[in-house]
Design a protein around this ligand. Structure first.
Ligand SMILES: [Zn+2]
Length: 275
C-alpha cells in the first residue's frame, strides 16, 4: 500500500491507522481523525477496523474498535456522540448531556446527518463508506461541526445547513470557519446515471466543474467540488477550504468503500472534538 497525499496525514498508533487533515492537525484546540480498515478486532468482511454498528458485526467488536480509535486520536471514549444518518440534511446541536448516544447509549433520534457543538469534551461521530465527510472548525468561537454528505445530502446542501446552524447557535462567522471535505469517492470513480446528474446540474452552481458526461451516457460527478461550492456560497473563503486527495474507491485496501466492496463491508467514522 502506497499512501500519497499533499493534504492528509496517515497516522499509525499501536498498529491502528487513521487519517487526518494537516490543516486541522495544526489547530491546537481540536482533535480529529478518520478511521481506516487497519488496526481493529473485527473479522471476516469487517476485518479489521469496523466502526459501523448494525451491519452484522458484533457491538462488542465495534465498541472495542471505537476504544482503540479514541485512544489513537486522543479523545475520551465516554465523550462520543454519534449521528443517526439517513441521507437527509438535519443538523443537531449536541452537548455533554448527549454523550454516549448512538455508541454506548441507544439512539434517541432518527435522521441526524450533521452534528454541531461548542462544548469541549464532546466528540462528534459520523459514518462513511464513500460518502463525503465535512468538518467545520470555527477558529474564533471554537465551535465545531461534522456532517455526512452523500449525493442526496450534497444535493440537499447539508454543508450550507451546518454553517447556518453554527451562525444561529454559536454566532459563527463564515470567514472564521475552516472546512475540510473528504476523504470520499472522487470524480475518478463516482459514476451516476442521468437522473442523478441532472440534480447536480440544477443546483445553481458551476456545474462544468461538477458534472462530466461520458461517451456511454453516464456521468462522473465531483461530490467534493460540489460541497466546496456550497460552503463558499455561504460565505466561507476558498482559502479556508481543504479538499482531500484520497479517493476511497481507489484506496479501498486502506479505507472502506461501498462501491469497491459491492456493499459487503465495514464502515469508517470521522471523529471531531474540542479539547
Ligand atoms: Zn477513485
Amino acid at each position: 500500500m502506497i499512501f500519497e497525499s499533499s493534504v492528509m496525514n496517515l497516522n499509525i498508533v499501536s498498529a491502528l491507522a487513521y487519517l487526518s487533515f494537516k490543516e486541522l492537525d495544526a489547530v491546537p484546540f481540536i482533535r480529529h481523525g478518520f478511521s481506516t480498515r487497519l488496526g481493529g478486532v473485527s473479522k471476516n468482511e469487517f476485518n479489521s477496523l469496523n466502526m459501523a454498528f448494525g451491519r452484522g458485526d458484533s457491538d462488542e467488536n465495534v465498541n472495542e474498535n471505537f476504544k482503540r480509535l479514541c485512544s489513537a486520536v486522543g479523545v475520551d471514549y465516554e465523550s462520543l456522540v454519534a449521528s443517526s444518518q439517513d441521507h437527509n440534511t438535519f443538523v443537531r446541536k449536541v452537548t455533554k448531556a448527549e454523550r454516549g448516544i448512538g455508541i454506548y447509549r441507544p439512539k434517541d433520534m432518527q435522521s441526524v446527518d450533521g452534528l454541531i457543538t461548542n462544548e469541549s469534551g464532546v466528540s462528534l461521530v459520523t459514518y462513511y463508506a464513500d460518502c463525503t465527510p465535512l468538518m467545520f472548525v470555527d477558529t474564533k468561537t471554537k465551535a465545531i461541526g461534522s456532517a455526512h454528505a452523500g449525493w442526496r445530502g450534497t444535493v440537499g446542501k447539508i454543508g450550507g445547513e451546518v454553517i447556518r446552524k453554527m451562525k444561529e447557535e454559536f454566532g459563527s462567522s463564515p470567514e472564521d470557519i475552516i472546512v475540510t471535505i473528504g476523504p470520499a469517492i472522487s470524480k475518478c470513480c463516482y459514476e451516476v446515471d442521468e437522473p442523478v446528474a441532472v440534480q447536480f446540474e440544477n443546483l445553481g452552481l458551476d456545474s462544468k466543474k461538477i458534472v462530466f458526461p461520458k461517451d456511454d451516457g453516464k456521468f462522473m460527478i465531483d461530490l467534493l467540488e460540489t460541497n466546496k461550492q456550497i460552503v463558499m456560497g455561504e460565505g466561507v473563503p476558498e482559502s479556508n477550504i481543504t479538499i482531500s486527495d484520497i479517493c476511497t474507491k481507489c484506496n479501498c485496501d486502506l479505507v472502506w468503500s461501498h462501491r469497491a466492496t459491492q456493499g459487503k463491508r465495514g464502515g469508517m467514522c470521522a471523529i471531531l472534538s474540542v479539547v
